[in-house]
Structure formats: C-alpha cells, structure tokens
Design a binder for this molecule. Structure first.
Ligand code: UDX
Length: 453
C-alpha cells in the first residue's frame, strides 16, 4: 500500500520504517527542512536500537522516502497517518495546534478518498474535530455548503511503542487498536497491519482514543502504586522488590511496571496523565485517582532527595557522581527525565555534580549547563562523596566495584532504580540505599538484608 506519515519525530519515524519493513511504500513528511535533509543523507536524529539500519535498508530499496511536501504525499497515498507532536500546555491540556494545521494542509490537497489516521496521542473526540476541519478546508471547488464532495474517513490507531524497544513493540504488538466509523476504514487499516498477524481490537473512534488514555494512565498508576508501597516498606522494614515479586505472580496483577524508583518520566506518561486529568475535568469528572498518581510521582523525587540529604548530611560543596541521565535505559531521551529535577535540586543546594550517561549526554547538555559531563562511569566517580544511579543502563552492572570504591572519597550509593546488586555493593564496602528496601528503619529481623536482586 502507499502510505504517508505526517510528522517524522519519534513515533512517525518508527511507524514509517516499520510499515516499510512489512511491505508498504512509505513517504515520511516533516516540516523541518533540516531534519528531512539529514534523513535523506542517512542521518537519524534520535537514538533507537535498530532504527538506523532499517532506515538505510528501506531507503535503498526505495520503500521509504523522506520529503517536506504534504501535497505530494497526500496525492500519492490512500492512507495518511498523523504523527505530529501534541505537547502539554501550561494547564495540562494537550496542545493540538500541529494536528489542526496538518488536518487543514491535508484537506487542501485532497482530491479523492483518503483515510486519515490519528497516531499521535490525542484527547478523546479529536477524531471528530479532524473530520470537521478537513470538511471545512477542502479545496474551494469541492466546498458545497459543508457537504462532503467525496468520501474520506478519520480513524484512530494509537501507538503503544516504548522507547528503546519501539521496533520490537511495533513488530510484535500485544494488540492493534483500530477506531473507525466506517467499514471501508476498517478494511483499509486491517490491510495495513495484515502482515503482522496480531490481535486486532476494532472500536469506534472515541473508544480507541480512550484505550490509549486509559492504558498509559493505568501503567503510570501501577508505577505510582508500587512507589507508594515502597515508601511504606522503608518505614516498616520491608523490601519492595520482594513485595513486587510476591504480588507479581498473581496473574491478575503481573510483575511488569511494578519497579519502584524515582518515578516515571519521558515524553508520554507525564503528559498523558495530565491530559487525561484535564479531559476528565472538562467532561465534568474529577479524576482524583489520577491526580494522586501524579502527586505520588512528584513526591518520589522529593523523597529521594530527602534520603540523600539525610545520609549525606551537608549537601553544599559535596561532589555527587551521577550514573545515568536518560529518563530510562536504551534511549538518549531526556524529556521529563527524573534526573533533571534531582540534579537541579542538588545543584541549588550547592553540590557539585559530575555525570555520565552512555547515550543521553548530548541532549542533557541542553538542559544541564552547570554540571560536569564525564567520559565514562569511572571518571564520574573521581573524588565523589556519593554515587546516584538514576538510569538502569546495563553497563553499570559491569563496573569493577573495587576500582569504583578506590576512586570515591566516600563509598555511598543511592540506587534510584533498585537496579544495582545490593549484596555486591555492600560486600564491596559501600553503604547502599535503594528505594523502599527497608534501609531507613533498623529492625531486629534483618529485613534490610532480605531479598537478592
Ligand atoms: C510509554 C508506554 O509504555 C508506551 O506504550 C507509550 O506508547 C509511550 O509511553 P515510554 O515512555 O517509552 O513508553 O517508556 P516506558 O518504558 O513505558 O517507561 C516510562 C517511565 O516509567 C520511565 O521513566 C521508566 O523508567 C518508568 N518506569 C517504568 C518505572 O519507574 N517503573 C516501572 O516499573 C516501569
């Protein structure tokens, strides 16, 4: 099939290249000429495992083309995915300016049936607004009292791609959600995804939009739930890692997304939770549960800083080593990374910060102007009074702990992801503090030492 993707950001690029991989001819559009120039020169603006190789392959096979022209893409393609950004406004609403602009622009070049598919995460009922915008902006020759001169459809097909494993997620989805208002749209979207042989859930437009809201918010809720449990674990001498394991074997609960830590970040969860709260508010429902999910997430960073202050005593003029800056491992993405708030707060108290991240330092430099960026994990430790582990990169597990300890002034580690081998650090002479691992209380039962990673 001939498919256009409008917006060559994270979601657009991954979707475009994966659709080419399953056999379609794809045109990826972006309004940033620099980005298109780079992509056409084989340079990929984001780090995502496997993406660059696939882009190179399908460009060579001419199944994937990058262009700045919406006009040309609309003419050539029957199915048009909209994957432009939907940033948060100050009040938490999703800013849909780019969606509206693109809908208008697509409409102006339409001359036959097209299926417009929302891929970006948008508030419920955006599909109806796109339909109306297209209808009102068709070329003048077709405009007759707002009536449709030819058929077109709007559908919702939310993405569930995780950064760092987005290609794998696209190729092996748990489900494909298709929100449609006509059988023609359903048939076309089924055709698009036929090679994947995945479970397809067909709904109306609004339900598909809601599935995306509800899925991301539910996952965020799982994280905040376990983080709240971790706070109590610390106070009663329990180990949240064991608690999560014990809960996770219950099939109704599952172990995934029960990793306690410094809270969720990234381009999706914080923004999507805000947008869902606002959508509910506007529709007349006070989504208090979700507001608490957001609050717990913020508290988690504050609690981590408090723990550091408690154990380090004076923060001013201390040297703090940081391993990991990205909002999670296997990405260079710094958007809403918990590391930013934590580092800024420690800097405000007068600490010196020296950090290392395997992929995210280029992006981090835009955000953090007054910290030292180090060449590797060891360099970050030189003369440090403590180490903070803020992203769970595998390479940190391979560090020689004796060498690490020798480089530091004080061997104290705060593991913000419960990722390091606590026993190995403790045996190596480190004072180890995780999240919700019962270290903040002294018990006679030895609970602090239970449970091995
Ligand atoms: C998420 C959704 O998973 C994906 O379906 C959606 O389409 C986009 O948003 P992503 O933002 O790439 O994907 O990251 P994800 O792996 O879901 O993690 C989000 C955040 O939650 C990260 O900061 C991560 O560190 C944190 N997290 C995740 C936890 O703190 N604990 C967990 O148990 C899981």
């Amino acid at each position: 099939m001939n498919i256009a993707i409008i917006g060559s950001g994270y979601v657009g690029l991954v979707t475009g290249v994966c659709l080419a991989h399953i056999g379609h001819h794809v045109i990826c559009i972006d309004n940033d000429p620099e980005k298109i120039k780079k992509l056409n020169a084989g340079k990929v603006p984001i780090y995502e495992p496997g993406l660059e190789d696939l882009i190179r392959k399908y460009r060579r096979m001419k199944r994937l083309v990058f262009s700045g022209s919406i006009a040309g893409a609309v003419k050539k393609s029957e199915v048009i995915f909209i994957a432009v950004g939907t940033p948060s406004k100050q009040n938490g609403d999703a800013d849909l300016t780019y969606i509206e602009n693109v809908a208008r622009e697509i409409a102006r070049h339409m001359d036959s049936y097209k299926l417009l598919v929302e891929k970006s995460t948008v508030p419920a009922q955006t599909g109806n607004r796109i339909e109306r915008t297209v209808r009102l902006n068709l070329p003048a020759k077709y405009r007759k009292d707002g009536a449709r001169p030819f058929a077109f459809d709007v559908a919702s097909n939310p993405e569930f791609l995780r950064e760092g494993s987005a290609i794998e997620d696209f190729m092996n989805p748990d489900r494909i959600v298709i929100g449609v208002e006509s059988s023609r749209a359903e048939k076309l979207l089924r055709e698009v995804y036929k090679p994947l042989k995945a479970r397809v859930v067909v709904t109306n437009l609004a339900s598909a939009e809601m599935i995306k809201h509800a899925s991301n918010s539910f996952l965020a809720a799982k994280i905040s739930f376990i983080n709240a449990v971790a706070q109590v674990c610390d106070r009663v001498g329990a180990d949240v890692e064991k608690v999560a394991e014990g809960m996770g074997y219950d099939k109704r609960i599952g172990r995934a997304f029960l990793n306690a830590g410094i809270g969720y970040g990234g381009s999706c969860f914080p923004k999507d939770v805000d947008a869902f709260i606002r959508l509910a508010e506007k529709s007349g429902y006070d989504f208090r549960l979700l507001k608490s999910v957001r609050d717990v997430n913020e508290q988690q960073k504050a609690a981590f800083i408090q723990l550091i202050e408690d154990k380090l005593w004076i923060i001013k003029d201390k040297t703090i080593a940081v391993w990991g800056l990205a909002f999670k491992a296997n990405t260079d993405d710094m958007r809403r990374a918990a590391s930013l708030d934590i580092i800024r707060s420690l800097r405000a108290e007068g600490a010196r910060v020296q950090a290392y991240d395997p992929k995210a330092m280029v992006n981090a430099r835009y955000e953090l102007k007054d910290i030292k960026f180090c060449a590797d994990a060891y360099a970050a430790l030189k003369g440090a009074d403590c180490l903070l582990v803020l992203t769970e990169w595998d390479e940190f597990l391979k560090v020689d702990l004796a060498r690490a300890r020798g480089l530091m002034r004080q061997a104290v580690v705060f593991d913000g992801r419960n990722f390091c081998d606590r026993e190995a650090f403790t045996a190596g002479g480190f004072e180890y503090y995780g999240i919700g691992r019962g270290e903040t209380v002294k018990t006679t039962t030895g609970a602090a030492a239970c449970g091995k990673k």
